[in-house]
Design a protein around this ligand. Sequence first.
Ligand code: APR
Ligand code: PHB
Length: 406
Amino acid sequence: MSTQRVQVAIIGAGPSGLLLGQLLHKAGIDAIVIERQSPDYVLGRIRAGILEQITVDLLHEAGVGERVHSEGTVHHSIELVFANTRHPIDVTGLTQGKVVTAYGQTEVTRDLMDARQAAGLPSIYEAAHVQLHDFKGASPRVSYEKDGRSHVIECDFIAGCDGFHGICRASVPPGAIREYEKVYPFGWLGVLADVPPVSPHAVVYANSDRGFALCSMRSLTRSRYYVQCPMDDKVSNWSDDRFWDELRRRLDPDMAERMVTGPSIEKSIAPLRSFVAEPMRFGRLFLAGDAAHIVPPTGAKGLNLAASDVKYLSNALIEHYLEKSDAGIDHYSQRALARVWRAARFSWWLTSLMHQFPDTAGFGQKVQEAELDYLVHSESMSRSLSENYVGLPLDFGGALGLPTSS
Ligand code: APR
Ligand code: PHB
């Protein structure tokens, strides 16, 4: 058995873990990343791709901003489609100049992986049986197996960045954690295709009586589209032709006409769920990203929330090591959860507004159309949507009665 010592053991090499590793490295704090899967497996997962400015800024701060800057596509608006009609919302105009950037999570992960490798920082992929020990006390440890050999890492802190199904949240005694959950009665069927996006400068959110549809992109030559589907639906039920046909029927006629179709390069069904675990700190274990919370993808907030958690956590750890203050650590959970709940609310609201719910067909659809109509004709409501879409500020310190620094 080998034993190693680091300051911070990061469990999970998704965007949360890799971004945290990079920010800690920049501050001279030594960390190891332990991941259950292989790098290729991690890069094979297709997730959302709309980055708030806060997330883009953080990628720059972490030293990996070059490609998102040169290859990301800046969006100034979104488009809502309902009753077969398109309604642009001038997000930038309503938020004093703020924008979002279309750049896939896969690319964010790739940039962070490359930077970690280039800096020669330690990452253990394909680590089996990862276990956490003694994180309530002063000397936590992480054990794992790799190639049939056992390893132990002694550390000051454990960062649980291992996603919704990870081991970190599951290691907390049930009495110490409270979980809030809402499962939606439908899924999203997503298709990735190398065709030019129907709307290269705005994500399109469509409410139709056939169900929700979304048009997004990864680049000017790669599109990402989704349609709402029954939660027990199977990918095998959906030929490419059926998908394109259904997508077109949920859009306005002009967009349906302009849509360029082609063979799918990925097709998958994802369930929709809202989930928040409180608190996000247990002694010397911190949860960040999907390990602590899941939002339905409708507002594209999952990756952005992971980034803001990591910003709060890296600041807290930097304060601990460099300024010998534990204020950030002590406030991490409260600070992160304040932003998490605001994004959970927004994602739930947009999901409720845009989808067909099995139990409210007819009346529910009409009420949604009335709310959408109000939304696109009310500057204050459009502004509220826009300020949530570009991302709420990082610092709720004033409202929480916390110091404003980290
Ligand atoms: N041991 C080690 N690693 C693990 C374990 C384990 N027991 N369990 C899970 N992991 C790894 C997963 O294989 C995955 O690579 O933790 C990583 C978690 O990554 P993500 O699920 O991508 O979560 P996170 O980094 O928080 O990113 C949040 O991902 O799901 C999206 O919408 C979400 O965009 C958001 C982002
Ligand atoms: C995506 O690009 O995959 C995407 C974009 C916006 C969303 C959800 C997903 O709201």
